[in-house]
Design a protein around this ligand. Sequence first.
Ligand code: FAD
Length: 514
Amino acid sequence: MAATVLKFTPTLNFKDKGVVPHVNSKFHFYGGTQIDNTNATLSCSSSIKWKTRTNQFKPVCVAALNSSSELNSHTFDVVIIGAGIIGLTIARQFLLGSNLSVAVVDAAAPCAGATGAGQGYIWKIHRNPGSEHWELAMRSHQLWKALAESIKNQGLDPMQTLGWKETGSLLVARTANECSVLKSRVEQLLEAGLEASFLSYDDLLSEEPDLMVGREGGAAFVPDDRQIDARRTVAFIEKANRCFAPEGRYTEFYYEQATSLLRSESSGEVVAVQTSKNTLYGKKAIIVAAGCWSGSVLHDLTKHSEIELDFPVKPRKGHLLVIENFKSINLNHGLMELGYVNHKSATLSSTSSDSGSGYNAHTSSISMTATMDMSGRLVLGSSRQLVGFNTEIDESIITQIWERAGEFFPILKQVSVKELSKSREVRVGLRPYMPDGKPVIGHVPGISNMFLAAGHEGEGLTLALGTAELIANMVLGNPQKVDPTSYSIVGPRMVTCLRAGPLFHLRGILLLLV
Ligand SMILES: Cc1cc2nc3c(=O)[nH]c(=O)nc-3n(C[C@H](O)[C@H](O)[C@H](O)COP(=O)(O)OP(=O)(O)OC[C@H]3O[C@@H](n4cnc5c(N)ncnc54)[C@H](O)[C@@H]3O)c2cc1C
């Protein structure tokens, strides 16, 4: 096959010690996949920015395939870059919904990215009915419930396999003003057909005796919300995917960084992914699902061509504090403070006047989230920081998470964060953050067989099954259950980008790529 190589290694350097999740006796540190990627930090405020370089267009050609890469070449229908929750559920969707063969390639292993740090709520309570994510979130929720049901029907326990807990969720308020916000949210959720109610102080106390919100406080309650354990779920999906390995339909290439893409000179399509050890041909589709690293993968794809494809996904660092055998409080539901809604949705253009909360997306922010996992461990979150690809534990953030939780559970104030050192685990992950708040799920413009599924920020676990369904339906040409328009790279998001540059640049790009 005549192919050219588009290198995308130089700005994507995994630091060796960080590739494997770092584990020690005191805590497990997930999200250790460290990539020096400062060059890929992009300033574009919209989703995808196409740029042309100033010199004349030249053919996209960097190197020819050599004989050693031919020796290690394997052919699949679909090759997926990234084995986080998004990549693995996309693989699952193809395996269950078609007869295509699938390869998944990851620079590390599945829980090395954001997925291994995820708290696991699959919630609707913090969403606005009718908002852009609503339809995809509802579909994903439905698919998660169907998966749990099918596990039950096989005689297995979804709690053991997925960490599935049917606890419902509480969105908690501490002031009269916040309570009126929650009351109107409950009205909206009811109008959208969900089961929801407002709990006054006394009602809330009987649901969660350890939670102290004060007489003016209350909570919105959605009994149908669920939670999973991200690592158990990933293990379950991997195991299910591997059932297709004996028939040659599923192969994993872990600890193999995707280093370049091979592109057909005749069709312009990307035909293969070059990893550090193998050349993986993808006959039908190549899908980039590399979380917050997807930007550099795409950016470097066009590094040696006359165009640049800038995908402005950024790493948004998050810490979670997980405490073993903590008997001081018990939780009957998953909890989140109302402030989380602003904290999550703040964008790069935010200022400290956001919602009057004093929140600034450039600085750290903490809001209380609390769940109990299937093993009875207390999981407290969460922080958000835009500090690049750093995954070091920041002890000051852990202290702030603990103190914030103490505002809601005063009994925690009796224990200092230092006293937890022997029973705690800290999880750090890099959420794939999109400046416009929406994941990208769709075609890479101009390359018909290449797709992107990334940018899910703090909702990748929730939205994974719906995302996988969308991508598989696009590749297979099946009708969609959810309108994918607002997640596409073209359409309104592309128009925003085009305004930034002269039209002849667009024409040049299309001529080059089509
Ligand atoms: C603290 C925290 C709490 C969270 N809580 C929740 C929650 O409760 N509910 C929820 O829905 N979401 C939650 N999230 C968000 C969720 O975890 C993410 O949205 C989701 O995991 C993103 O999945 P992903 O597959 O896109 O990325 P990742 O899991 O980051 O996977 C990307 C993969 O790509 C690989 N990769 C990168 N570059 C290359 C390359 N060149 N070649 C090969 N492989 C490569 C990486 O090794 C990695 O394994 C939370 C996140 C954090 C950090």
